[in-house]
Design a protein around this ligand. Structure first.
Ligand SMILES: *Cc1c(COP(=O)(O)O)cnc(C)c1O
Length: 237
């Protein structure tokens, strides 16, 4: 059983926290968007969250799981779906048809594949974020920080079908919050440098999850990706 009221309340509460932290950090009240991360949770749990009207969208980290929900999504609850997990190239076409933004562009090769498909499918330039591995952890996807600028320059040169709107990162596993704050700061500084070098605004910084979105907002996040604080803890992943 899904407790719709509880989920609505959680969305409102997270939304208010985001506003409060934004104001406290000298950001505007509308500067930070809320993406609810719906992986492992069923459609019935997502509907009340969407119906609050407070979400920027829903984030899934697997194409197949997203597809299974989008296929049965009822009419009358409009929402944008975002892909936030690693994308295999053989699922790129499906991803483009399901999602309105991909936060996890983690290689030039994937960019080339997406670009070719965008042209083939006749789509408008497709919104993507470049994922950066700011913590250097082996298990994490994303380009190394030092590869950020070269990758961006290659993408600008070869992939007119991509609309590169900014950067994304996942904070370190560390319990030390100053490590986390530093990782988020490093993403913002990297963005500032990449923007200056290329002239692209790169205005979106997708960073911050349930446990660290306060630090991310303080460091300039424009999109926080919140799962467990809205839908409860997951069994795994
Ligand atoms: C699961 C996930 C989140 C949300 O994590 P919570 O800690 O549940 O808020 C955010 N970003 C990515 C990439 C994820 O995989």
């Amino acid at each position: 059983m899904v407790d719709s009221m509880a989920i609505e309340d959680k969305v409102r509460s997270v939304f208010n926290d985001i506003k409060e932290i934004s104001l406290r950090s000298g950001r505007g009240p509308e500067d930070v968007k809320l993406l609810a991360v719906s992986k492992t949770h069923p459609v019935e749990a997502l509907l009340p969250a969407v119906d609050t009207g407070l979400l920027w969208g829903l984030g899934e980290n697997r194409v197949q799981e997203g597809e299974s929900k989008i296929d049965v999504w009822p009419e009358g609850h409009p929402v944008n779906w975002h892909l936030i997990g690693h994308l295999q190239r053989n699922k790129a076409r499906k991803a483009l048809s399901l999602f309105s933004m991909i936060h996890s562009l983690d290689s030039f090769k994937l960019g080339e594949t997406l670009d070719r498909l965008v042209q083939e499918m006749g789509l408008a330039p497709y919104p993507v974020l470049i994922e950066v591995n700011t913590s250097g952890e082996e298990a994490k996807h994303g380009v190394a920080p030092e590869d950020g600028l070269p990758t961006l320059m290659q993408l600008i040169e070869s992939c007119p079908g991509l609309d590169i709107q900014g950067l994304m990162t996942v904070g370190p596993l560390s319990d030390d919050r100053s490590d986390t704050a530093r990782a988020f700061e490093s993403l913002r500084l990297l963005r500032d440098g990449m923007s200056k070098e290329t002239g692209l605004p790169l205005k979106e910084l997708s960073m911050g999850m349930s446990g660290d979105f306060d630090l991310a907002i303080e460091q300039g996040s424009t999109v926080v990706r919140i799962g467990s604080s809205i839908f409860g803890v997951r069994e795994s992943r």
